[in-house]
Design a protein around this ligand. Structure first.
Ligand SMILES: C[S@@+](CC[C@H](N)C(=O)[O-])C[C@H]1O[C@@H](n2cnc3c(N)ncnc32)[C@H](O)[C@@H]1O
Length: 255
């Protein structure tokens, strides 16, 4: 797509070969085009690889952390389960929120927890709130270990941030959705992949092979969940109604 920005004329013109659209540069529609471009160029430059939370790298778009923060505050889970630990920053982030709320614990699952990451997570002030489980997120032994961390009556929220292929996310949805409490969420992160088919580090196959496609397919047979896109704004005195996010079609709420 061709995008021409003219700050003097205050216009943004898009041309996708089929249609030419001339937008007011300061409109919501233009913001949406600019946001998508910012997200995809930023993804290619690994913009999300530049943040830490309380000392640990957290590989997320800060916008997504602000949104999940409010969701966690509303749900007030006893347990947050996350598949995909990496450096542990997201586990520390969730633990910090739960600590501030006065209850809760975090379970992190990763196929490979590198020794330096394990040491840093286990040496962190919030480590007593965090359990690490090493293994593929969908293997029976891993799932048993996760279930062992839960107590009857726990309010549970799950985030899927491990292998983002369609098949793996479908398998994770099947494996973890049953652990999610009524009113709580299973969040399939990084649907952004769908938008990355023509960026330098992306892959053409991601147009279909991504977490967003997994959510959309899985929902067809799971009416006990609903897609919230995004969870309603609790505060919005601005004009933008669409999140800037790496997590489109991510939030599945258990009815
Ligand atoms: C995107 S990173 C996680 C980022 C982390 N949640 C954060 O916010 O900083 C993905 C992680 O998933 C892990 N992973 C890949 N395949 C997996 C699988 N089958 N089961 C569990 N973890 C897996 C990788 O080892 C990697 O650490």
């Amino acid at each position: 797509m061709k995008v021409v920005i003219d700050t003097d004329e205050r216009t943004l013109v898009t041309d996708d070969g089929l249609e030419t659209r001339s937008l007011d540069l300061y409109s919501r529609e233009a913001f949406s085009v600019l946001s998508r471009l910012w997200v995809t160029t930023g993804w290619d430059l690994k913009y999300t690889y530049g943040f830490t939370w309380m000392g640990r790298p957290v590989i997320q778009l800060p916008e997504d952390l602000v949104v999940i923060q409010e969701v966690i505050y509303r749900v007030k889970p006893d347990v947050v389960i996350e598949t995909g630990v990496a450096h542990g920053g997201s586990l520390i982030f969730y633990a910090a929120l739960l600590k501030a709320m006065g209850k809760g614990r975090v379970v992190g699952v990763d196929i490979e927890i590198r020794p330096h990451n394990r040491a840093a997570i286990e040496g962190h002030e919030l480590a007593p709130m965090i359990t690490l489980i090493e293994g593929s997120s969908v293997e029976a032994g891993t799932l048993d270990a996760v279930r062992n961390e839960l107590e009857a009556g726990d309010t549970v929220l799950v985030l899927l941030d491990s292998n983002h292929s369609l098949a793996h996310v479908l398998a994770e949805l099947d494996a973890y959705a049953g652990l999610v409490s009524q009113g709580s969420y299973i969040v399939a992160t990084d649907g952004v992949m769908e938008w990355l088919v023509d960026v330098p580090r992306g892959e053409a196959g991601w147009g279909r092979d991504n977490p967003k496609a997994a959510v959309e397919r899985w929902l067809g047979t799971h009416p006990e969940f609903t897609l919230e896109e995004p969870p309603e704004f609790t505060f919005n005195e601005g004009e933008v109604q669409e999140r800037v996010t790496h997590w489109p079609s991510a939030y599945l709420r258990r009815l």
